[in-house]
Design a protein around this ligand. Structure first.
Ligand code: GLA
Length: 725
């Protein structure tokens, strides 16, 4: 069939186009185009040729192995990777597909497009739907697969990925990703793939400290790149918080780099009983013409448009958290005293961390028994909560509803509620087990516990923690037991959604030993996240640099603490610590009982400055300049239209080199052409210097270190919209 006779579909995002077509024999979908928007939706398909297989490349391999298939299954492909493996238990594995033309749904709407393309396998008992959705508000394409078993026997899916993304970048690509470990999350790493496979993931039932489910891919030698420096780049992410895997592959036969992602097959087998269906998590893909920064901006635009319920300070308040000051050793009077100090600094929400519930004097006991410890809080939490409210703040607590200490009433009552592998001894990590959230009675208990807690005192903020990975997941005897990670994750979402529906005033901060469960799915169901337990300012800055490449500033909570960090322990000023914690959602976590009067007065001033700048910091376009390890590193925030301000946070990496500091300059890139800006300090006082887009690019803007000896906060304010002459 000539390519023009094929069925083809054009999906439009805000600024890009995604075009797919059915193969001539109807056996699959292939990518025709993914790039800048094709003008004129109607004739777009005439502009871009349908993908055609180069015969010379496939003469010694099966055709399907070289095609840029949007989703491949074993049985259809033989040598190359397939997103779907299936096993009917009778010796037949894999599937061959035929498109069902009558079932295709293609809706092109003003708000966004939707495409559903169904296929049926050769036994006519299994259907596969490839689903795609776009929005006019951002550039992300959302994709998933749905499988339905209409046969009489169960079918196992040992791998059921969400999607494959064919990136038209050739066979040699550069991959940026985020890797880490406890207290060192979101480290930027990169690699090249040239005829091979690069794979990241988690087998742990949570997103993991090890990798974030997101990559940025660009061509190593991109002669077609039309926008230098940067070049075109693609981002792929998985919208999922359980076990997952993402791989980037290039082969000698295909012309695309292929990114496949979905549930991690090592720990997940989905079973489709007769009549059952399964829909994968969404995979997210984005194209940016201007490189990695463009991909970052595209993720932030998507997150702002789709994941946020409310951008006001009410859902991202300035928090004081007591963990580092008091750990498990909490008492009513000491928390009240901390609350008084916090209120005097301008803090908006006081959060009592771990250690408040019955039997919780260390991490060895009490987890699961969510009543206030009568020894520490004889009248429950409400006495402290009311005291906090009288100080003009809101009150919050730490909880970890998915876990239990063996030494707890909950575990003694329900030893069968934890994940276990038949016959194997249970394993503790941080002295705790994980509750099997796949069980409906456990989910009900979690919801009832939350309801009880939230009605016991005026609690407006929950820091929801999850402090260990799942090791032996599953439920012996249940043939859906190998879906534990899917069930756990979906029920975790369900609880968060119920919480929001029943207690919309409660702010949820998502935490998992720091940043072990941060992804777009969590961002859609929480208000802020805790990226790391690392609060040493220099180490934290490195984490925040990586975090901001994929996730936005308005969820990035961060505390000013007394800790020096684990890796780069060089001392820093209070101003530097504030400048780091101000880079997203400011919090304070130091032991205020030890802060001097001067420190407290300086801190109160910095909190005031942050309040006046946070609209720009949280909602502006974020651009990082350099790397945190360098002598001078800056993060620039360009306010959304209507504000016009630009905030630049500057960090001195080497504060002993005074000579350099005296001539330090930063080069912000967000100034509007033709506009003149007053360079001001953090309080908005002009320094006397002015800047335009041109001078900022060539001469830069002077860093005076007025904020602190090792950090600065510059604010560029447009001059009355006056044009430069
Ligand atoms: C985890 C969190 C910390 C703190 C402790 C309390 O480690 O990441 O911020 O809440 O638990 O036990």
């Amino acid at each position: 069939m000539p390519t023009s006779d094929r069925q083809r579909w054009h999906l439009r995002t805000r600024g890009t186009s995604y075009v797919v077509s059915a193969l001539a024999d109807g056996s699959g979908l292939v990518l025709d185009y993914w790039g800048p928007a094709l003008e004129g939706a109607d004739n777009a398909l005439d502009v871009v040729p349908a993908w055609d297989e180069p015969d010379r490349l496939v003469s010694f391999s099966a055709r399907a192995d070289a095609q840029p298939l949007e989703y491949a299954s074993a049985g259809q492909r033989h040598a190359s990777f397939s997103e779907l493996l299936l096993d009917r238990g009778d010796g037949r594995t894999g599937a061959r597909w035929t498109l069902v033309p009558d079932g295709v749904v293609h809706r092109a709407r003003h708000a966004g497009d939707e495409l559903i393309v169904p296929f049926v396998d050769e036994t006519a008992t299994l259907t596969l739907e490839l689903r795609m959705r776009t929005s006019a508000d951002h550039d992300v394409v959302r994709r998933s697969a749905r499988l339905k078993n209409d046969g009489a026997a169960a079918i196992d899916l040992p791998r059921v990925f969400s999607a494959a993304w064919n990136l038209p970048l050739g066979q040699h690509v550069h991959v940026d990703y985020l890797a880490g470990t406890w207290a060192r999350e979101f480290q930027c790493r990169s690699t090249e793939v040239h005829w091979g496979t690069f794979s990241i993931g988690s087998r742990q039932g949570v997103t993991s400290l090890s990798f974030s489910p997101v990559v940025t891919v660009s061509a190593v030698d991109d002669e077609d790149a039309f926008h230098r420096p940067g070049g075109r780049a693609y981002g792929v992410a998985l919208d999922w918080s359980g076990s997952w895997r993402l791989q980037v592959e290039t082969t000698a036969v295909g012309q695309h780099a292929r990114v496949s992602c979905g549930l991690h097959e090592d720990v997940t087998t989905v079973r489709l009983d007769p009549g059952q269906e399964f829909t994968t998590p969404d995979a997210l893909g984005v194209f940016a013409p201007d490189g990695a920064h463009g991909v970052t901006r595209a993720w932030h635009d998507f997150q702002r448009a789709e994941l946020v319920r409310d951008l006001s300070p009410a859902t991202r308040p300035i928090v004081y958290n007591s963990w580092m000051a008091t750990t498990f050793d909490v008492s009513l009077e000491q928390q009240k005293e901390l609350a008084r100090e916090a209120a005097s600094l301008g803090v908006e929400t006081f959060v009592l961390d771990d250690g408040w519930f019955t039997g919780r004097d260390s991490d060895r006991a009490g987890l699961g028994d969510w009543q206030a410890d009568p020894q520490k809080f004889p009248h429950g939490l409400s006495e402290l909560a009311v005291a906090v409210e009288e100080l003009g703040m809101r009150f919050g607590v730490w909880i970890e509803p998915e876990c239990v200490n063996p030494d707890s009433e909950l575990y003694r009552r329900h030893p069968d509620w934890v994940y276990r592998a038949e016959g194997r001894p249970l394993e503790t990590i941080r002295n705790q087990y994980v509750l099997d959230l796949g069980r409906s009675d456990v989910v009900e208990w979690v919801m009832d516990t939350l309801r009880g807690l939230l009605t016991s005192a005026p609690i407006n903020y929950l820091k929801w923690d999850m402090n260990r990975p799942v090791t032996d997941g599953g439920r012996p005897g249940d043939h859906h037991g190998r879906e534990w990670s899917v069930q756990h994750t979906r029920n975790y979402y369900q609880v968060l959604e119920l919480l929001r529906a029943e207690h919309p005033g409660v702010v949820v901060e998502a935490c998992a030993s720091g940043g072990a469960r941060i992804d777009n799915a969590v961002l859609a169901r929480s208000d802020v996240v805790w990226p790391s337990d690392q609060v040493g300012a220099r180490d934290r800055l490195v984490i925040q640099h990586g975090f901001l490449s994929a996730y936005p500033a308005w969820v990035m909570s961060s505390w000013v603490s007394d800790d020096h960090g684990h890796r780069d322990r060089r001392p820093v000023s209070l101003g530097y610590r504030f400048a780091v914690a101000m880079a997203g959602v400011l919090g304070i976590g130091g032991d205020l009982s030890t802060w001097s009067a001067e420190d407290k007065s300086e801190a109160a001033g910095m909190v005031r400055a942050y309040k006046s700048l946070r609209a720009v910091i949280q909602h502006g376009d974020v651009r990082t300049h350099g790397r945190p390890e360098e002598n001078l590193y800056a993060v620039e925030y360009v306010a959304p239209p209507g504000d016009g301000r630009i905030v630049v946070l500057v960090y001195d990496g080497d504060r002993d080199r005074r000579r350099d500091r005296e001539t330090s300059r930063v080069f912000p890139t967000g100034l509007l052409p033709g506009m003149r800006y007053d360079v001001c300090d953090a309080s908005g006082n002009p320094t006397g210097e002015t800047a335009t887009a041109e001078t900022a690019a060539t001469l830069g803007v002077a860093v005076r270190f007025a904020w602190a000896m090792d950090a600065d906060v510059l604010v560029l304010v447009p001059r009355d919209e006056r044009r430069v002459v």
